[in-house]
Design a protein around this ligand. Sequence first.
Ligand code: ADP
Length: 711
Amino acid sequence: MNDQQKTKQQLIADLQQTRQQLAEAEHQAKIERVLDEVRYPVAAMGSSEDLLKVAAALYHALEKLEIRFDCVGIQAFDEENGLVQGYTFHLNSAGQPVFIKNENPSQIDATMASLYAHWKRGEVYLRCLTREEYAGRTGINENALRLHCEFLGMDVSGDDDDEMRTRLQKYTHQMYDEGRALWIVDVPFAQGTLAMNRESSTPFSEREVEVLGRLMQVFAPAYSRFLDFHELEEQVERAEQARREADQTRWEADQANKAKSEFLANMSHEIRTPMNAVLGYAQILQRDVTLSADQHASVDAIARSGDHLLGLINDVLDLTMIESGRQALRAVDFDLRSFLDSLAVMFELRCRQQGLDWRMEGAIGRRQVRGDEGKLRQVLINLLGNAVKFTEAGWVGLRLQELGDDRYRFEVSDSGPGIAAEYQQSIFHPLQQGPAGLEKGGAGLGLAIAARFVEMMGGRIGLESALGQGARVTLEVVLPPGESPVAKRDERAFARVRHLAPRQQVRALVVDDVAENRQVLQRILAAIGVEVTLAEGGAQGLAAVRELKPDIVFMDIRMPYMSGTQALRQIDAEHRQGACKVVAVSASAFVHQRQDYLAVGFADYIEKPFRTERIYACLAELLGVQYEYAEGAADAAVVHDDFDGLRLPAALRAQLYQAAEKHSVTDLKHGLDQLRALGAEEAQLAVHLGELLQRFDMPAAQAILARAVDG
Ligand code: ADP
């Protein structure tokens, strides 16, 4: 071979080599492109579900890389639990690969041992099943057998088990006779292997195995991300489940709470109804001038105890309503000055009865403000009530300060026992009492209700106190100027009503299904000369309205067959609107409901238990009724316990004082008899001391006696 020939051959060889290199480079570039098509969905994974997209890309990649196989799947090793989780690829009816998680993971057991060992060493597991091994597959269960046969393209629809086995055996032998075998390859990746098999005369080539290895490196992060997402999703699901359970528990608690509120509302309605008779008759008797002083004192005690009981019921109910979120704010316009005056009248008297000084600060002119008057009053009555209850000597004060921007600060203070720092938080919780409370009694609800009402009003409640140094509770609320300059009626004046003025006539109809309620209202109205007709229910009420054309109807709300509201609609439909005034009467637990009743068309709303002055005020307001008033009687309560400077025989005063000091009821009673014999004013003092005796309020009795003088 000459040099020229040599060079030519060399060139051809070089060219071939270059061509091969080029083909190899193209081949590698193609593999990289295909791998990229798997990398993208791996990078884009956003949930465990996205593993399916990666798996589909993997399947397509195998096709594009022209790696032929009959079956492919993934086995993932869960070493922690000693399990192998299997996933297989199938083509769905649209020819798309689907990736299916096998239902039951298998154990990493003896049959898995050699594969597992290979995987742990990071080696490819490649082998060929022997004829016996393959034929042995016919021993598998019927379902798997049928699937396998179908996979091989056999029509086994009419075959039973044995026939299928025979056909599969025949197929196996034929395959091996023709020089083909079942080749198995398991290519490891971080968490498992890609498992593939094919029936072929040649094994998986080194190149194929090498490409599969690269492919699985791309796939590996997808599987670890899948596991991470899966864990995260399980956590989210657990949290969701916990939230659902919490929701369910809350819902159940709400239901229970609702049931409790309804029960309490009903109970309180039930209790108020008989209380209406108790308090109503007590009030009727209080007006009875034929009763003796002793009888009056007993009736007063009934009225007072009834009031106390009612206060308790209202407290329990308020708290239940607050807790069930059913207590709403009801803003009305009210005169701040009369508001304070009414509190002052109430507490000045109580202070005096207990021998305490009353201090009122913060003069304010008449001023309409807008706010929840009812709740504010309740809060202040609670605070002042506590101050009076716990203070044995000294003073109780109410002070109002204007802070500007419609903010007002109410301050209730006393010179009582004070509250130790350790109790200052807890006493604002329901049923919590300090030592003073345990000693003096009470339900421990007052401050809890006060705090929540103030909170509802968007205000702040504060407490400053130290043991032995009195207490000061402050509350700050915003009360914007009122919108309507309505004059607030002062019902106290109506306590002195004795009779309708001459030539005044009123015809009233009382509709109530409860006999006691009808009778109490009848007595209260008849006592001042109102002509009263009674009806036992809505239907009778309607008939009476048609027949008698009353000036005013007192309509109970809760009645069987026809409610008061339904009856009102009927009256409005039958008669000229406003022809007669219809007043809603209810023992309903839901206080502050006046606005609701006015909104449905009632002329006014009266709460049970009845207050005589409230009923008389209502007649005056709706019908313009005029009254005769008892001389000075309204002030009797105020006058009749002001015994400062009253002259008493020194011996008697000392005897009474000592009896009070020793809590000797017998001695006191004895002294009172002597007192009564002395004259009118002394008799009044006897009545008053008798009342205090009834309450065992000896300190107040002593205080009064201390202010009388020897004469
Ligand atoms: P109650 O008065 O029915 O016990 P409250 O909720 O009104 O319930 O008060 C809770 C507790 O706070 C009382 O039991 C008492 O120990 C304490 N307390 C409230 N006001 C005063 C006060 N002015 N002086 C001393 N202690 C008070």
